[in-house]
Design a protein around this ligand. Structure first.
Ligand SMILES: [Zn+2]
Length: 184
């Protein structure tokens, strides 16, 4: 697949258009079954995708967002979302006129990409059991759950990867992921 992608991109990374493409990156939630779902990336862009605060680096998007390939547009748009509070990114977002399909693709991937992580870096999943790493006041009650409280069958809050829900004292409450530890 990478070879075909490189034909499309002239051998270069489709985000920075500077470095040689070395990876075929699938733009989630689409699958790797079609070339149209993928973007040719260089190692540097791939690394920066995993990092969170790379505003300076991602100025390359000012170019890639104009790529005719929907997959490149979607990935670029998705990255811009992370920096939309910054002038340069909101400027680009206000200038481009992407298909609604592409925007949906970009945003739907964002939701699946938001990973819930506990205080120790473990990935949390719905149905997991967690332990509170500090005492927690249960809002609206005078009940305080002590450190070490076991919370079973958690739910993930979809639009906020810093929050989960779980039952404490028979009450479903929102708990911050940074105050829990996954119990395996
Ligand atoms: Zn690159």
């Amino acid at each position: 697949m990478l070879e075909k992608l490189k034909e499309r991109s002239g051998g270069l990374c489709e985000l920075c258009s500077k470095n040689e493409a070395t990876e075929a990156y699938v733009v989630s939630p689409k699958k790797d079954d079609a070339l149209e779902n993928q973007v040719a990336l260089c190692g540097t862009c791939l690394q920066n995708l995993a990092a969170t605060d790379q505003s300076f680096y991602w100025r390359v998007i000012e170019g890639s967002i104009w790529n005719p390939e929907p997959s490149v547009q979607a990935l670029s748009y998705r990255i811009l979302q992370n920096y939309k509070e910054e002038d340069w990114a909101s400027g680009v977002l206000s200038m481009v006129d992407l298909d609604e399909d592409v925007i949906q693709w970009a945003l739907s991937g964002l939701e699946t990409a938001a990973v819930h992580i506990d205080a120790f870096g473990n990935v949390l999943e719905a149905g997991d059991t967690v332990v509170l790493t500090q005492a927690l006041d249960v809002k609206g009650t005078n009940f305080s759950a002590p450190k070490g409280t076991v919370v079973k069958k958690i739910r993930l809050v979809h639009d906020n990867h810093e929050q989960i829900e779980g039952k404490i004292n028979e009450q479903m409450i929102v708990i911050l992921t940074k105050y829990v530890k996954k119990n395996n």
